[in-house]
Design a protein around this ligand. Structure first.
Ligand code: SF4
Ligand code: MG
Length: 317
């Protein structure tokens, strides 16, 4: 569970008094055991920041991360801490996260060795078993990351995240760097692994087709906030927030083709500093109205369907 997460990147002294510049601005969400919660949004919307905070790699400026009823403090505990190892992060580009001087075998053994799990021989056996599970010949244990294709490296990235037997995987654009033909293989591998190991996924992507394929529920982010959250079918069939509607309308029929971000919605992303207090989407919203100068709250408009937009606010007397 993420409770009221905030993250500011710019040092306060760069901003004049009263200005706020936040990558993430009051995000609360919970991922249910065994589900895949998708987070979708344009680059810069804060979705990766959320993923890094959820996997305890980054400390939020405000708010808390709770895992199975226990508050976890990002960055505080050692990586050996068993609580931390229950949440693992898979990078978009595994190449940047894999030490190029280590063999695949050593890269996979390391998460176990750090935690002093088993003897060397037992760990080696684990590694070979994992390699064949993720669809790589065990002979790859003696190869180096540069000898692998992008898809093979992502298999290794996933395997490495699975070595400490996590319960939750945060997958940050796990297939965005891959060819379309390879994407489906990796997504199906992720689905199979989830079913076999009762894994829970927080799945982050800018690609609405990929998110649709993977997710049970989807959160849509815009400039650091969640603007809509619903069960996947409901969100794609009946999006309610003007931003989600524009995103869903722009989904290409041809799978694997992604519209350029500029084509999704007219207008540039506004300067977040000018939006303090109001709806972040109002500079691009065709329905913007005077009241949109006030920040809309994320409210449940139908069971399980949350929207942050004044157009959809329940009537109040
Ligand atoms: Fe558009 Fe106003 Fe709704 Fe924001 S709150 S999405 S500006 S109608
Ligand atoms: Mg990102």
């Amino acid at each position: 569970e993420l409770h009221h997460i905030e993250k500011s990147y710019a040092p306060k002294r760069w901003l004049s008094r009263g200005e706020t510049l936040r990558a993430v601005d009051g995000v609360s969400l919970s991922v249910r055991k065994g589900e895949t919660l998708g987070i979708v949004g344009e680059s810069g919307c804060g979705k990766s920041t959320i993923g890094q905070i959820a996997s305890l790699m980054l400390r939020p400026t405000g708010g808390s991360v709770v895992f199975k009823g226990e508050e976890l403090v990002p960055g505080r505990r050692s990586p050996r801490d068993s609580r931390r190892s229950r949440i693992q992060y898979v990078f978009q580009d595994p190449y940047s996260s894999l030490n190029p001087r280590f063999t695949i075998g050593r890269l996979l053994e390391e998460p176990l060795a750090i935690r002093k799990k088993g003897t060397r021989r037992e760990r080696r056996r684990e590694v070979l078993r994992m390699l064949s599970r993720i669809g790589l010949d065990p002979a790859y244990a003696d190869r180096y990351p540069h000898e692998l294709s992008g898809g093979q490296r992502q298999r290794v990235g996933i395997a490495r995240a699975l070595m400490p037997s996590p319960e939750l995987l945060v997958l940050d654009e796990p297939v965005s760097a891959l060819d379309v033909s390879v994407q489906a293989q990796i997504l199906n591998l992720l689905k199979d692994l989830q079913a076999e190991r009762s894994l829970t996924y927080l799945f982050i992507s800018h690609d609405l087709n990929v998110v649709h394929y993977m997710s049970d529920r989807v959160a849509v982010m815009y400039l650091g906030r969640i603007v809509e959250l619903a069960e996947v079918g409901e969100l794609y069939d009946g999006p309610l927030h003007p931003y989600t509607r524009a995103l869903v309308d722009a989904i290409p029929d041809e799978p694997g083709t992604t519209p350029r971000e500029a084509e999704i919605i007219e207008g540039e992303l506004p300067d977040p500093r000018q939006l303090a207090g109001g709806c972040a989407f109002r500079a691009r919203c065709p329905f913007a109205h005077e009241r949109c100068g006030r920040q809309p709250l994320l409210e449940e408009v139908k069971p399980g369907h949350y929207v942050a937009c004044h157009l959809l606010e329940p009537d109040r007397d």
